[in-house]
Design a protein around this ligand. Structure first.
Ligand code: XMP
Length: 319
């Protein structure tokens, strides 16, 4: 595709020109397609003078950090530092159940850690971010405090704190265009078609307080959801599909015994830009398979419910 390769060439040229022959750039990797595409593009332009930092907040899905980081190092020779900050995040989040407080804590810690790491690198003048066109629009339209529905932390925050100039090569693109760039760059389907994953991660998919035990339950349940969506071919057809852990217990029966355990909510939605969304009319066999696998394989869960709400008035995430 002429336009896509043209786009890639022009980003490489612009970045080289802006950064010069000596300058360094830092970039935060999240595991999602946007920051990954930015990293690979800039790596093509300036090689190891692009310093990628992946802050592991302990709120990622099972094996996600390892998978993404080893892939990027091997296939693109990315200059990548993974910071294991799980303990730090989990201790700050202990006892917190308010969704916006969770977001603020996670956003603040992320900036602190990223800033600490970036200060170890000399001669940094730029920060590269995977801001997309819809992020730009949303951050403009969400100016007044009353208009802020959820304080997403992927736009803003870092640049002010770090006093760095921004490089945002995707700021005129929509998601489907970013996917095309990713394909052109030779990325695998697992990255190109990866569902959006919120910055605060599993923290906002555990309703109420986050504990190590709840995180473990949710990781196991979510892995089953991801596996079954992929195996049935539905992963690519939907916008997002995931599990949510509810902080309540309900009664069940297993063998001769009564159980009293957690509920997992299954959320699978269609959308074009996440501004509106519709719940997916999934085939009942797939729902049944996901439900019975979660209940049988995940200790601590005895009930699975399917979310049949659309956005608006509901949101995609439960928090
Ligand atoms: P909602 O729940 O507002 O989500 O309908 C819309 C899209 O945004 C993602 N999302 C977030 N992404 N930080 C992020 O980076 C956040 O705090 C956040 N909250 C929601 C959500 O997964 C969906 O794709």
């Amino acid at each position: 595709d002429w336009t896509m390769s043209g786009f890639i060439e022009s980003v490489i040229r612009d970045v080289r020109e802006a950064v010069g022959p000596e300058g360094n750039v830092v970039c935060g990797l999240s595991g999602g397609i946007d920051s990954t595409v930015v990293a690979v593009l800039l790596n093509k332009a300036i090689g190891h003078r692009l310093h990628c930092i992946f802050v592991d907040n302990g709120l990622m899905r099972a094996q996600e950090v390892e998978e993404v980081s080893s892939y990027l190092r091997e296939h693109f020779d990315l200059n990548l530092t993974v910071v294991d900050a799980s303990e730090r995040f989990l201790s700050k989040l202990a006892g917190v159940d308010d969704p916006e407080k969770k977001r603020k804590i996670i956003g603040y810690e992320f900036i602190e850690i990223f800033d600490e790491e970036a200060h170890r690198i000399e001669n940094v003048a730029y920060l590269a971010q995977g801001t997309l066109y819809p992020d730009v629009i949303e951050s403009i339209s969400h100016k007044g405090p009353s208009a802020v529905i959820k304080s997403h932390h992927n736009v803003g925050g870092l640049p002010e704190k770090m006093k760095l100039k921004l490089i945002e090569p995707l700021r005129e693109l929509f998601k489907d265009e970013v996917r095309k760039v990713a394909m052109e760059l030779g990325m695998p389907d697992s990255i190109v078609w990866r569902h959006p994953f919120p910055g605060p991660g599993l923290a906002i998919r555990i309703i109420g307080e986050i504990t190590a035990e709840r995180l473990e339950i949710l990781r196991k349940a979510d892995k089953i959801v991801q596996n079954e969506l992929t195996a049935s071919g539905w992963y690519r057809k939907v916008w997002q599909g995931f599990a949510v852990l509810l902080p309540l217990k309900t009664v069940g029966v297993m063998g001769d015994g009564r159980t009293y355990e957690h509920v997992i909510a299954l959320r699978i939605v269609d959308s074009v830009d996440a501004m509106t969304a519709d719940w997916v009319r999934m085939p009942s066999e797939i729902l049944e398979r996901i439900s019975s696998r979660i209940i049988n394989e995940v200790k601590g869960v005895n009930r699975v419910v399917y979310d049949i709400s659309s956005k608006p008035p509901s949101t995609i995430e439960w928090e």
